[in-house]
Design a protein around this ligand. Structure first.
Ligand code: ATP
Ligand code: MG
Length: 252
């Protein structure tokens, strides 16, 4: 596909991202780099700025300050559709599906930024591939609103995968999922990453879920990166342990 030009190196680089909402400083100078084939897990307490960062990267919000580069192109002033066309794709913390449409039709909406010349057969192939990646083929023709929550979450992820993203930003994909569901989501995301080679930013409060996928962990607090690095190193930090894993873990 279009985004097959994934030579090595950094795909997405954000530098000095600041976002103010009236008096609230949601982001206070965040630097983050996402690399092809690698998963960066992003932790942070409620209100620490995780979704605001995804909103700034994806073009839902304009940062107050800072630069964002995608494969060497400056994108911080581009509309979100332009960013999507460049391969920057995200999901939302709250489901944003079209309830009256089928699973397959919802997944197909993820092709909104695709080449308009894409033929019907190629579209169907992409839909089937995305459905298969998320185990949704048996549900393809059901109205998405009739499915359990876990399958609706998977439909959102399939909609993001259908365009073969270069950078995938997932905001709490495992929220509300039971253990079996998030574990199978881990496996499906591993397969998708292997096939597509995208860079991924993965936000979730489920530490086991994020660490099952992440090559790097970054921790936000009050709109600043307080720690970033190898997962083992970050999880061994006593402040991170206190915030996320409880004092019992910090003491072990
Ligand atoms: N559109 C907005 N208008 C005003 N304030 C906002 C807006 N969006 C976010 N904020 C504020 O910015 C801060 C960061 O919020 P954000 O949603 O990015 O946090 P988060 O880390 O995603 O939290 P959670 O874990 O609860 O999803 C919070 O203080 C929030 O109230
Ligand atoms: Mg959030």
């Amino acid at each position: 596909m279009r985004h097959g030009d994934m030579a090595g190196g950094t795909t997405l680089v954000a530098a000095g991202i600041v976002k103010h909402f009236q008096g609230v400083v949601a982001l206070d100078g965040v630097d983050i780099a996402l690399e092809p084939g690698r998963v960066t897990g992003l932790f942070g307490p409620n209100g620490s700025g995780k979704t605001t960062l995804v909103n700034c990267l994806s073009g839902v919000l304009t940062p107050t300050k800072g630069t964002i580069g995608l494969g060497g192109t400056r994108i911080e002033n581009l509309a979100r559709e332009r960013r999507a066309r460049l391969g920057l794709v995200r999901t939302y913390q709250n489901l944003r599906l079209f309830p009256a449409l089928s699973v397959a039709e919802n997944v197909e909406t993820g092709l909104f930024a695709a080449d308009p010349a894409l033929g019907g057969k190629a579209r169907r192939q992409l839909i089937d591939e995305a459905l298969d990646l998320q185990g949704l083929r048996p549900h393809a023709h059901k109205a998405v609103s009739t499915l359990p929550y876990g399958l609706q979450k998977r439909t959102e992820i399939a909609r993001a995968l259908i365009s073969h993203p270069r950078v995938l930003l997932l905001d709490e994909p495992a929220a509300g999922l039971g253990a079996g569901d998030w574990q199978s989501l881990v496996e499906s995301l591993k397969v998708a990453r292997q096939q597509m080679g995208f860079a991924m930013l993965l936000i979730d409060h489920n530490v086991a879920f994020v660490t099952a996928l992440a090559d790097t962990l970054t921790v936000l607090a009050n709109g600043r990166v307080i720690l970033s690095g190898e997962p083992q190193h970050v999880l061994a930090n006593s402040e991170v342990a206190r915030i996320y894993l409880g004092d019992a873990h910090a003491a072990t």
